[in-house]
Write a protein that binds this ligand. Structure first.
Ligand code: HEC
Length: 163
């Protein structure tokens, strides 16, 4: 196979997909409501690790305008805002705040794909603990509430297994 042709094909394909306009309109929607944060510290940690996908104050880096990264970031921000948006607090559709602490505790959020380009979002063990406590205080904690009395202990055991 002709390696030069493969490279050229790749360059042409990359150039061609730039013509797809999806994901390049980075106008953030207006802030219509904010939660009652339990402390400035919780908000600070949330801003570092979560706000790009869970608020209308998204910072769009230059590479988020280049396909196919632009498509992926747009999809993540759209889905993230849809599930949980601290800039549209109190909107009539569901806003999954009570799941936030559990997501961080289980290491599901922030999304791993986000971390290499956002080192500030990599929280230390202490910071993660602070954020979980702040999220519980601000939004409640479904992972405990939903499962009755033993849930908190089960949660603690699970954390221990991970360390
Ligand atoms: C790179 C974008 C991104 C970042 C950063 C991010 N999230 Fe998400 N989040 C998503 C997406 C996309 C979804 C919806 C799909 C899913 O549930 O995986 C989501 C879903 C959620 C949900 C709803 C879960 C459910 O089961 O309905 C919560 C709560 C949440 N995220 C909290 C957080 C918290 C807290 C942080 C910061 C520690 C964070 N996220 C960081 C993209 C992100």
């Amino acid at each position: 196979m002709n390696f030069g042709k493969v490279i050229l094909g790749g360059v042409i394909a990359l150039a061609a997909i730039q013509l797809v306009p999806y994901g390049r309109n980075h106008k953030n929607p207006a802030v219509t409501g904010t939660p009652n944060w339990d402390s400035p510290r919780t908000q600070e940690l949330f801003d570092r690790a979560c706000k790009d996908c869970h608020s209308n104050n998204t910072v769009w880096p230059w590479y988020s305008s280049i396909a196919p990264v632009s498509w992926l970031t747009q999809i993540d921000v759209n889905l993230g805002r849809e599930a949980f948006n601290v800039s549209e607090w109190g909107r009539p559709t569901e806003n999954e705040g009570e799941k936030a602490a559990g997501e961080v505790r289980e290491g599901k959020m922030p999304m791993f794909i986000y971390l290499p380009a956002h080192p500030a979002a990599k929280l230390s063990v202490t910071e993660k603990d602070e954020l979980v406590k702040g999220l519980v205080a601000t939004f409640g904690d479904e992972s405990v509430k939903g499962k009755g009395k033993g849930a908190e202990k089960r949660g603690a055991d699970k954390d221990k297994d991970k360390d």
